[in-house]
Design a protein around this ligand. Structure first.
Ligand code: ADP
Ligand code: CIR
Length: 353
């Protein structure tokens, strides 16, 4: 079990490996020595932060924040990984800026419906004053967060109004259907498991959604909260507006963890800042067959994923393509970065015979 490894063992596994992760790249011997006996005030350790990346040498990143303090306590390591992933030279994340959602200068990215199957935008949020999974010691904390969140969600009205479904009472069949339809999170991600994300599973976990499943909230998956807006087709403007409305409503009811220069705090350093991932499920069989998808994605700061999310495979030439950077730019800039990239991908696919 990943939990049983000592810090020396984790370091040994990682340092002897040829892992390509950002963790391996930035956890030098000096950094390791500096932090191996250090703890956050919540009891979080370097071992908690590097366990996933040391046990999963195929990680892209490999590092998780044991608790919100990790970003300060293990600053040198986290800053190096964050700068590398988000391609920034310093930690100066701007204040939130969602743009004027009534004057967006884009709409549907695929008006004829030829290539984009669906569009989704999500953000992550953490409740201020609560830990991340490795340092959550009691099941009461998750129960507390669940209760707080449901109270806030129950005040939503109009299109955002919905119901909460606890994973503790949901049938296996319903769970599977929601996962297959891309609405619900899985419980078999070895990266998250080894980071401690599945402790006390399924306690305090669940999903809230409106009847049409265009607005959904994940409770106590990887992050305390994930707000999701999604729909069929390529209308990014509609999807984004719905999400921003929800965030604005919920900001009034809940207090989220933030840190100057880092933006909103999340369990995984790849999600810091805006925490925003805007994606399309898009058919690009020609780019994929020509082995050009990775290059064009890298050029436009996009990240390709498989059809069932991170660490899954594509099916029938359909990929999940999203903005890779979430920190060092505003929300509306992250959306623009994704939009420009997706448009370039569409043009490149159309050019190939
Ligand atoms: P994240 O919540 O970080 O975006 P994943 O990559 O695991 O995490 O994706 C979560 C789920 O959302 C998966 O089922 C994935 O297929 C689905 N998903 C992501 N983007 C889209 C999209 N544009 N359309 C439909 N489903 C999507
Ligand atoms: C990994 O390192 O591959 C996992 N811990 C997941 C990292 C988050 N993914 C990403 O690239 N945005």
């Amino acid at each position: 079990d990943a939990k049983d490894y000592t810090i020396d063992e984790l370091w040994g596994m990682l340092s002897k490996s040829d892992s390509k992760s950002l963790l391996k790249k930035h956890l030098t011997k000096d950094v390791y020595e500096k932090y191996k006996n250090v703890k956050t005030s919540l009891g979080g350790t370097l071992a908690d932060c590097i366990r996933s990346g040391s046990c999963n040498l195929d990680s892209g990143v490999g590092l998780y924040a044991c608790d919100p303090e990790a970003y300060t306590t293990f600053k040198n390591l986290f800053d190096a990984v964050i700068k590398d992933y988000h391609k920034v030279s310093g930690l100066n994340h701007p204040k939130p800026n969602f743009g004027d959602i009534n004057k967006l200068d884009f709409g549907d990215l695929d008006p004829k419906g030829e290539m984009i199957i669906s569009t989704r935008v999500r953000v992550g949020r953490s409740h201020e004053g609560y830990s991340f999974p490795p340092s959550i010691k009691s099941s009461e904390d998750r129960k507390d967060m669940e209760k707080k969140t449901i109270e806030a969600l129950n005040t939503l009205e109009g299109e955002l109004k919905g119901k909460y479904y606890s994973l503790e009472t949901m049938s296996k069949e319903d769970q599977k259907q929601l996962i297959d339809d891309h609405f619900l999170f899985k419980d078999d991600d070895r990266f998250l498991r080894d980071a401690g994300g599945y402790s006390f599973w399924p306690e305090g976990r669940g999903i809230f959604h409106n009847p049409s499943k265009t607005f959904l909230v994940w409770i106590n998956e990887e992050d305390h909260l994930r707000f999701i807006s999604m729909q069929q087709g390529g209308n990014l403007a509609e999807v984004y507006k719905r999400l921003v409305n929800a965030i604005n409503q919920l900001e009034k009811k809940l207090t989220f963890a933030k840190k100057d220069g880092y933006g909103y705090l999340t369990f995984c350093p790849t999600n810091l800042g805006t925490t925003l991932r805007a994606s399309v499920h898009i058919k690009v069989p020609k780019l994929a067959a020509a082995n050009q998808l990775n290059d064009i994605c890298a050029k436009f700061n996009l990240q390709p994923r498989g059809i069932h999310g991170e660490h899954t495979e594509s099916e029938g030439g359909v990929y999940d393509i999203s903005n890779k950077r979430r920190l060092g730019l505003s929300e509306i800039e992250a959306i623009e970065e994704m939009r420009k990239g997706v448009q370039a991908v569409i043009e490149a696919e159309k050019k190939l015979k």
